[in-house]
Every structure is written in C-alpha cells, then in structure tokens.
Write a protein that binds this ligand. Structure first.
Ligand code: TYM
Length: 335
C-alpha cells in the first residue's frame, strides 16, 4: 500500500511596495523565497495595506504595487508554484486583523521598536494603523497557518508578537492557529547602510549612497560600492569593529557563495579599492538577470494582472477556512 503523502509545511512572507526593493530586502528576504517553493506550500504577498501607515502618493503607490509584484516574479517567485497575491485583494486580512487587534494588548504594541522608530520619523502622522500594524501582520501569517516565515532580522519582534497573539487566542478558544517560526538566515539577514554601516540599509534613507536599489544601473551600483564607508586599515578581514568591511564581505559572500575565509584569502595583500570593485561587480552580476526579467514582465501587464487575480482567488479560498473557524470560535454567526 502506498504510504500516505506527508502534508507539506507552509510558508508565508510579504514585502511592502514602498519604493524599489533594496539590496537588503533582496539578500535578507526575497532571494530566499524562490528556493523554498520546491519543498513548501508558499504564499507570498505585496503588503500594500501596511504601506498606508505612512502617507503615500496614490498614483505612485499604484505603480509601485505592480512593480513590486513584478519584482517578486523576476526574483524567481513562480506563480505556478506559489500563491502570489496583493494583500488588499484578499479581504480576510483586514477581517482577521480586526479580531486579532482585540486580542493584542496596548502595552505590547507600545514596545514595538518599528512603531517607536516610525512614530519618531513621522511625528506629524502617528496614526492608529501604525500602532496596530503588528495585528495585521499577524493576520497575514496566521490566516495561512504558516509554519515558516522567511524574513530579515528586523522583523523578529513582529514574529514574536504574532506567536504571542496566536498562543493567547489558542489558549482561550482551543487550537485554532499554527504557531509559526521565523526563518532568519545567518548571512544577509541584516544588510547595513553603505554610508553608515551601523544602520540598517533602508529604502527611506535620505542619503542615496546608503542604499543599493534593485533598479540601479551597473554604473550606479559600482559607484555606490566604491563610496561605501569602511575604515582606515587596509585589511579585508571579518572582525568586530570593522562594520563597513563586514557588511561588504557579507554582501560579497551572499552574492558569490564564497565563505569569509575564501574572501579573506582572495583579497589578502590587496587594498580596499580592489575589494570594493569586486563587490560592485558581484552585485551587478547577481542583479542583472532579475533586472532583465523585471523589464520583460513590466511589458506584460496582462500577464501580471492574470497572475495577481489568480493569486487573490486562491489566497481567499485558503484563508477563508481559517477565518470561518475564527469567527465561529469567538461567537459570531458565520453567514
Ligand atoms: P519590509 O517591506 O520592510 O521588508 C521586506 C523584507 O526585507 C527584509 N529587509 C532586510 N533584510 C536584510 N537587510 C536589510 N537591510 C533589510 N531591510 C529589509 C525585511 O526583514 C523583510 O523580510 N512588515 C513587513 C512586511 C510584511 C510581512 C508580513 C512579512 C507584512 N506582512 C507577513 C512577513 C510576513 C515589512 O515591512 O517588510
């Protein structure tokens, strides 16, 4: 008799469409999404509702949502293998977010570092959405009963609160949500700014040299790498206190799959100039196929529309099951 087929574990992750993806988004998260598709049931989404927590220009946001969707496909996320959708198209996300917000405490939301950072950065718009952002993110994850959530290190606190909310809900109503684990890689989980290597590389950095964008031309990428802040020594070694070099070595290592020891050997006796040039070239080579595919996809808008419509349909179907279960558990009449 044939053994019963084991149920595959599931993965969910998302990315905000606020501007072009950075090299940090790519190396820390998106690059790892495609390889998971062969072993897991994956759902990947553009977190457009999350980006409304900061004021956006409507026409620009609409364009960026489509570009972000195309960029995911260009990075190897395959709509025939995974469910690839736009968050706002799947109404269960806001439905569950409301319910979960009633099981999330004011105190725990106040402790979120992202909330504190963004509230400081956008002091004129500290809105309720910015505050309850983690309840929506918990809904994104829990709706799909995700086992694994591949993200960069900066999302760790949001994953912890998701687990806390899920455990709390399960404690009250019995087993409802799977408790997800984060999948945070050792290398690349926190790519730092090229201008200030003690700060995370971020789309919102005002210094254009701080951040490599997936849309940057080869010349720009090389220029930004050459200008990267390092130190006054001339030794390519991974060592505490050498934040700039450590960051460039991480980028080079993830792009070339070379270990730190190999890199140290390769650049032993050479100056930072050679090393920075090599980092730039490795990034250019890594991004070139993605950029080409992105251009091709942006010329196929009908195809993209077809993909995101199908993605939303499937995501709705799967997430509805969890949503109905939750509605029933809390005592609503399921219509
Ligand atoms: P977002 O859009 O800020 O970033 C998307 C992903 O990129 C990672 N990342 C980085 N990784 C390494 N180095 C960096 N410098 C760097 N900058 C960003 C992030 O950790 C993230 O994995 N709240 C999420 C989006 C989201 C989500 C979800 C994620 C909404 N719902 C459900 C997972 C599951 C966010 O704002 O990511």
């Amino acid at each position: 008799m044939e053994a019963a087929k084991e149920k595959r574990k599931s993965v969910l992750s998302g990315i905000q469409p606020t501007g072009t993806f950075t090299l940090g988004n790519y190396l820390g998260a998106v690059k790892n999404w495609a390889p998971l598709q062969d072993d897991y049931d994956c759902a990947y989404m553009i977190a457009d509702l999350h980006s409304l927590t900061v004021r956006q220009e409507p026409a620009k946001l609409r364009r960026q949502i489509l570009e972000a969707y195309a960029m995911l496909l260009a990075s190897g996320v395959d709509p025939n293998k995974s469910i690839v959708f736009i968050q706002s198209h799947v109404k269960t996300h806001t439905e569950l977010a409301w319910i979960l917000s009633c099981y999330t405490q004011f105190g725990e939301l106040s402790r979120m570092t992202q909330f504190k950072d963004k509230a400081q950065k956008h002091a004129d718009n500290v809105n309720a959405g910015l505050f309850t952002y983690p309840s929506l993110m918990a809904a994104d994850i829990l709706l799909y009963q995700a086992d694994l959530v591949p993200v960069g290190a900066d999302q760790k606190q949001h994953l912890e609160i998701t687990r806390d909310i899920a455990n709390r809900f399960n404690g009250i109503y019995g087993n409802t949500f799977n408790i997800p684990d984060g999948l945070i890689l050792k290398a690349g989980a926190k790519i730092m700014s090229l201008a200030d290597p003690q700060k995370k590389m971020s789309k919102s950095d005002e210094n254009p040299n701080a951040c490599i964008l997936l849309s940057d031309t080869p010349d720009t990428i090389i220029k930004k790498c050459k200008r990267a802040v390092t130190d006054s020594e001339a030794e390519v070694v991974y060592r505490e206190g050498k934040d700039g070099i450590n960051n460039l070595m991480t980028i080079y290592s993830v792009c070339t799959k070379k270990s730190f020891e190999e890199i140290e050997r390769e650049f032993s006796g050479k100056g930072y100039g050679d090393f920075k040039m090599a980092v730039g070239e490795a990034v250019v080579a890594e991004l070139k196929p993605i950029q080409d595919e992105f251009k091709r996809l942006m010329d196929s808008k009908d195809y993209l529309e077809d993909c995101y419509r199908k993605g939303a349909e499937l995501a709705t179907k799967i997430s509805r099951r969890t949503m109905d279960k939750v509605n029933k558990k809390v005592g609503l009449i399921v219509g």
